[in-house]
Design a protein around this ligand. Structure first.
Ligand code: LMR
Length: 334
């Protein structure tokens, strides 16, 4: 009896060792994370941070491979690839979702957010949650909002101080109807181009100007080919971190929990990096001798605001008037 029991225990132990060694030699789950910006931007830095903490916290069971600078896909192709399961994560600007989820254009509306406090109240409150919930309809999950910053205008023709100075200029835009309407309201011609083509389009005169947060402007050196730089802060550029819903739902529950924790911490890190890099890279652009910097007075900014908020009613249908009103209301009393 004792002998039989001993043999049985021996085989059970053997089985446990075998299972454990198969598990430890099991191939890691790979998350391909594609984005279009440089590594020293808030998104670039946070994507790498996310990869680092995922590897540490899952003991290498999940590996995140980050592909920056559109080396794998531009944003549109990245969303399509993610839906098909060719990549597992991406973080496109909200403007890039226009064709899939037009509600995301809320974040493109000029002068909607008074400041970061207002912006984060919208993102982290009921409006932001409602918008993230829309992603599942398209086979995706909206995991978090990541920041870049408020946008400035660059061009290579002349200084821009007032809206009328944009008249006749060609501006590169992301694929958002709101951004199209914004430049049309200024009497300018908007042209949709992928981010990776902006520098050469400015250099070759395909467009005269563009709008970017400081970090993108600095890291892609757009000031070299569009030196007139006006700190309008007329709109915001931020992101939604997305994953493929089927991929996420199929993950073992323990990994899902660890990854959700990593998303939370990487998001906090990303928002801090956005503040830090914007400050640093803004100063570096302004002090560059090539740059002709224009800072607006509050009265001049008010002229821009009055001009551009007129486009809101054109988007009551696509975005939803209720959603716009709710977002505005979040800023009251802040
Ligand atoms: C752009 O196309 O201008 C942005 O989406 C780039 C980015 O990801 O910040």
């Amino acid at each position: 009896m004792g002998f039989r029991k001993g043999v049985f225990s021996f085989f059970v132990a053997l089985l446990v060792v075998a299972v454990l060694s198969v598990a430890s030699f099991a191939k890691p789950i790979v998350i391909k994370f594609s984005h279009v910006v440089a590594v020293d931007t808030p998104k670039g830095a946070a994507a790498n941070y996310f990869a680092k903490i995922v590897k540490e916290r899952t003991n290498g069971r999940v590996i995140v491979k980050v592909y920056p600078n559109a080396m794998l896909y531009g944003d549109r192709a990245a969303v399509e690839a993610l839906q098909m399961g060719a990549i597992q994560m991406a973080c496109p600007a909200t403007a890039k979702f226009t064709g899939w989820l037009p509600e995301l254009q809320l974040f493109d509306l000029p002068f909607l957010f008074k400041d970061y406090k207002h912006l984060h109240a919208v993102m982290d409150g009921p409006v932001g949650k409602k918008i993230l919930n829309l992603f599942r309809r398209k086979g995706m999950l909206g995991l978090a909002y990541w920041d870049n910053g408020f946008k400035v205008l660059s061009n290579n023709k002349h200084p821009i101080v007032l809206p009328k100075d944009c008249k006749g200029l060609k501006f590169r835009i992301m694929s958002s109807k709101v951004l199209e309407a914004q430049f049309k309201a200024l009497g300018a011609s908007p042209q949709v181009l992928p981010f990776s083509e902006v520098y050469s389009a400015l250099e070759q005169g395909v467009v005269d100007g563009c709008e970017n947060p400081w970090s993108n402007l600095y890291t892609k050196k757009f000031y070299e080919v569009a030196p007139y730089t006006t700190e309008t802060y007329h709109g915001y550029l931020g992101y939604v971190l997305i994953t493929n819903a089927q991929f996420w739902d199929g993950l073992p529950k323990d990994l899902q929990k660890i990854l959700a924790g990593c998303v939370k911490d990487a998001t906090a890190y990303e928002r801090k990096m956005a503040q830090k890099l914007t400050k640093k890279q803004r100063a570096l652009v302004i002090k560059n001798p090539k740059v002709k910097f224009v800072e607006l007075t509050p009265a001049q900014r008010e002229i821009w605001r009055k001009k551009l908020v007129k486009i809101y009613p054109d988007f009551y249908k696509a975005i939803g008037k209720k959603l716009i009103d709710e977002a505005i209301a979040e800023g009251k009393g802040l």
